[in-house]
Design a protein around this ligand. Sequence first.
Ligand SMILES: Cc1ncc(COP(=O)(O)O)c(C=O)c1O
Length: 384
Amino acid sequence: MTQRPLGFSTRSVHGHPAPKAVWSPVAFPLYQSSTFINPVGSTDEVLYTRYGNNPNQVEIARRLAALDGAEASIFLASGMGATALAHLAVLRPGDHLLSSEWIYGGTRRLFQEEFGRLGIDVSFVNPDARRSWKQYVRKNTRAVFVETPTNPLMRVLDLDPLASLCRSEGIPLLVDATFASPLNFRPLDHGADVAIHSATKYLNGHSDVIAGAVSSSEPIVSEVKRLMQVWGQSLDPHSAWLIERGLKTLAIRVERHNANGLAFAAWAERHPAVRSVHYPGLAGHPDHAVARRTLSGFGGMVGMALKGGADGAERTLRKLQLVMHAPSLGGVETLASEPRLTSHARLTAKQRSDQGIPDGFIRVSLGIEDVEDIIADFDQALAD
Ligand SMILES: Cc1ncc(COP(=O)(O)O)c(C=O)c1O
């Protein structure tokens, strides 16, 4: 084997391959077992699936570390579990967390409803006001959290200046880049200390698993693992097995998601019933330049505001035949949802509109179908 670094597709299929023994299975076997026969009298770590050392859990962690360019990775039972434990691994009571305000609603709830009672204070920053990050750093600020690309406006944050601020302050930068997947963006390559994934989305890719993952240094991942063992968010072996299978096709799936996202956004931009389209691959997107510089692909997520408002969006969603009305994203099938009823349901119509998400906004997660069919479906659904 050459010393050349392996390509992304090869790492998706193999991780860092070890020579395989003859007669060993080509597909990774499923170890659907809660426990394992441990040697009598041994002081070695006990093998037990809640401890995160089931072979299916270990294999996907090894594979993700190779994709994220991380020292170590760990999978958990959900993206929320990953976000919670990644933060608890670096924060203590009395600490302050500085968070972007452009984050997933569930993460916001975690910070607002739970972190306070753990003695962790959280403040939110609008990432558009770039200079304000430093101004909000306090003596007890012990971590910074951002999400990129963001939901549902697909804003793309320039991590490099934020990473250098975090380095100079000696605090870790945690980044949820679920919307990008490691094919399009690897936060650790841009100075982040911790990458967080909802593996429910692109990593698994088939809308049949709830899972999360954290990639970072060995000490941080070990601490996440310790917390997982005592708080109990380990991933079920069958879900791990499905993710292993999903990871093998991550590269080609995401290439198709990227192509479909771009084609759909370009089509939607020209449609008379559409007021605005939010996709970082479009020249008019506010972060197009950052996206071109930092992303390997613009992704499969497209936001669009319809001229017909909430009624128009509902009419359109009811008429769709191929595209399914469902939250979540990153699966092989195209899904559409309305932020006013999902991620942004807790805000008033005015608050949403002030944030650039007026009623009538539809978020589309492009699947890997033939994009002409998705466009034709929306075309008939948007017709009067
Ligand atoms: C960006 C982002 N992070 C985290 C999560 C939470 O992931 P999960 O549903 O796997 O807990 C989601 C869920 O939609 C998300 O969109």
